[in-house]
Design a protein around this ligand. Structure first.
Ligand code: HEM
Length: 126
């Protein structure tokens, strides 16, 4: 779950600048919008070896999918529990499934992302 959160970080946030300053050497002015690209941070090769690979048993995984700092997601523990229960119950009831190779996965766009169409096949592959 943590690795999927890292690799597919579903939430991006933005901030409106209120005071002139610089961020990592980049000047920003009041009214400017700054994108907090948690998904990009989570693919930073300095932080994560093989950052573009899903390494399902990745050990060090200090990802920022729930944000950082004072606005960090207050629902992160509930979200983690919901995802764990959902995955456990799914795997109990539907242990055998796979992506439909004839189908196309489509994704929502914008600041909250996830698959919108995920064609899959039930049962063991023949
Ligand atoms: C996988 C599920 C979730 C992800 C990836 C996620 C991610 C995030 C992110 C990235 C932020 C923004 C941090 C920022 O603005 O700097 C955030 C904020 C927030 N999240 Fe979540 N979230 C999830 C689930 C939930 C749930 C289940 C709840 C509540 C039941 C929740 C409540 C909130 C609230 C209230 C904030 C605003 C906190 C603030 O501005 O101080 N989130 N979340």
């Amino acid at each position: 779950m943590e690795e999927l959160l890292r690799a597919y970080s579903p939430v991006t946030m933005a901030r409106e600048v209120v005071k002139e300053t610089t961020v990592s050497g980049c000047p920003v002015k009041p009214g400017n919008m700054v994108l907090l690209s948690f998904p990009a941070a989570n693919r930073d090769p300095k932080m994560f070896p093989d950052a573009d690979k899903v390494v399902i048993d990745r050990r060090e995984n200090r990802h920022a999918a729930f944000g950082l700092g004072i606005h960090r997601c207050v629902g992160s523990n509930l979200a983690r529990m919901e995802m764990q229960v959902a995955l456990e119950e799914w795997l109990k009831r539907i242990p055998d499934f796979r992506l439909d190779p004839a189908g196309t996965v489509t994704w929502s766009q914008g600041t909250v992302r996830g698959p919108r169409q995920l064609p899959f096949l039930l049962g063991k592959a023949m």
